[in-house]
Design a protein around this ligand. Structure first.
Ligand code: AHR
Length: 507
């Protein structure tokens, strides 16, 4: 049995909990859209073709924003293909995923779905095959009230009210050689700056996200951010980060330590952005949009693609439908802890993706929808985290990892909300084989009781949920949680994620 302790400082909250932290991502990729959120022939489909069973799970997941329509897809996308009468929409090739795009789901379907779900859209423009004019046209179609060609066209399509979309991504992963229209940092920075300035001439209150690196292991990481921000600093609010982790060659300890890289990634981008700001004499603070993050067994898919190339040009093929296990859910829970811990600068995030494609929600065409293991930490964190994030000082034993050296076995975040009278503690035990007793000194919060204690763990860390056994892995009450005079004690099993909510005084 290991022991760890945690102490919170309630006097100086780190930052508010941002609702945009609990965003997701819908890309026209594989079955995320078609037979994911949209399937007109499904028994639960509503009049617009949206699956109600999926909508119910999305609500339970607590998703607040959705990035759309890509991803790599957006860099070859013509948004006009997805508007107007459905029988007149063209079928196109999607080069990014070698699929056929029917365009039966497009901008208006997405916005109708968002409104029904009370979800904020985060729209990406194509800076791969396209540029400034098409971005301005899209902005006019979505946001201009009326009386212009494209706003009247929107009204003619049945959507008289402007959508007033606030957040816009200026392309996707433009640092990646795989990206259609990939550019070097200077060229992309100049292109993004032009698009950003022109979009702001239409609406100065837009919130614009410039592409950062597709991952901290990119050879251009750091230099890319510096150059792109040199060009765009005054015109954008956010820079993006993307990160995916996986267990390599049975190295569970390193995989469980993945947030070591995520923390370093975030802190490096903050330093780089602030250094550019200082050089430019600009006091504005660039915010971070972690708009793709998850566990993704990418190397397995790459190996598979080498031995068995994809069967090209299908509609909604089964692409990267990863099945997630207990360890994956623990890493996802830990990634959410990292996002909360950096809420002073990471003010938006999108888990990639929402349905079927590396997703918390799985579906069968014409059949069931179910929760993957990773659904649970997301849903519970989104529901319980509110108010402010506190600084939490952790003292814990370390575990040796091949990839990151010594990693503390405990990671945790604490939020407190005096309006709702609830505080929350999220904790992971990253030890591969030892339970951990955590003593948390929460006296500064004056808690009166533990409202709920749930732990996700299993004897088999590779256990997963499937269509036939959809609830094989789910959080269970943690009966070890005790509160005594503001000091909380709880035992965390090895490879586990835990959420505790506490009653605190309302103010
Ligand atoms: O989310 C899957 C893909 O991962 C996205 O299309 C791309 O942006 C990233 O490389």
């Amino acid at each position: 049995m290991l022991n760890a302790s945690l102490r919170v400082d309630a006097a100086t909250p780190l930052a508010p909990v941002h609702r945009r932290t609990f965003g997701s991502f819908v890309e026209h990729m594989g079955r995320c859209v078609y037979t994911g959120v949209y399937e007109p022939d499904h028994p639960t489909a509503d009049a617009d073709g949206f699956r109600r069973d999926v909508a119910d799970l999305v609500r339970e997941l607590g998703v607040t924003t959705v990035r759309y329509p890509g991803g790599n897809f957006v860099s070859g996308y013509r948004w006009e293909d997805g508007i107007g009468p459905k029988d007149q929409r063209p079928v196109r090739r999607d080069l990014a995923w070698h699929s056929l795009e029917t365009n039966q789901f497009g901008l208006n379907e997405f916005m109708t779905w968002c409104r029904r779900m009370d979800i904020e859209p985060m729209m990406a423009v194509n800076l791969g095959t396209r540029g400034l004019q098409e971005a301005l046209d899209l902005l006019e179609y979505t946001n201009h009230p009326s009386g212009t060609h494209l706003s009247d066209l929107r009204a003619a399509h049945g959507h008289a009210d402007p959508y007033d979309i606030r957040m816009w991504c200026l392309g996707n992963e433009m640092d990646g050689p795989w990206q259609i229209g990939h550019l070097d940092a200077r060229s992309y920075g100049r292109k993004a700056a032009q698009v950003a300035r022109a979009m702001k001439m239409a609406d100065r209150d837009l919130e614009l996200v410039v592409c950062g690196s597709s991952g901290s292991a990119m050879p251009t990481f750091g230099a890319w951010e510096a150059t792109v921000l040199e060009e765009t600093y005054d015109a954008v609010e956010y820079i993006s980060l993307h990160a995916y982790y996986e267990e390599h060659d049975g190295d569970l300890a390193s995989f469980l330590g993945s947030v070591t890289d995520m923390d370093h990634f975030i802190e490096s981008v903050v330093s780089t952005a602030d250094a550019v700001g200082a050089r430019l004499g600009n006091r504005k603070r660039i915010q971070l949009s972690f708009d793709e993050w998850n566990v993704w067994y990418l190397s397995r898919h790459q190996a598979q693609a080498e031995v068995q190339p994809t069967d090209d040009w299908r509609v909604a093929p089964r692409v990267i439908e990863d099945q997630y296990n207990v360890a994956d859910a623990v890493v996802v829970g830990n990634m959410l802890i990292s996002l909360l811990r950096h809420s002073d600068r990471v003010t938006a995030a999108s888990q990639a993706q929402l349905a079927n494609v590396i997703a918390p929600i799985m579906t069968e065409p014409g059949g069931a929808a179910w929760r993957q293991t990773i659904f649970h930490p997301f849903a519970l964190t989104a529901a319980a985290a509110s108010g402010h994030v506190l600084r939490a000082e952790v003292t814990a034993p370390v575990q040796d990892t091949a990839k990151y050296g010594e990693v503390p076995v405990l990671d945790a975040a604490v939020t407190t909300d005096s309006e709702t009278g609830r505080a929350a503690l999220f904790a992971v035990n990253r030890s591969t084989d030892q339970p951990l007793t955590l003593e948390a000194d929460l006296r500064e919060l004056d808690p009166s009781g533990v409202a709920e204690a749930l732990t996700l763990a299993d004897e088999d860390v590779y256990a997963a949920n499937t269509m036939d056994d959809p609830d094989r892995v789910a959080p269970q009450p943690n009966k070890t949680a005790r509160l005594d005079g503001g000091r909380l004690t709880v035992t965390l099993p090895p490879v586990s994620w835990t959420a505790l909510t506490l009653s605190i005084p309302r103010k």
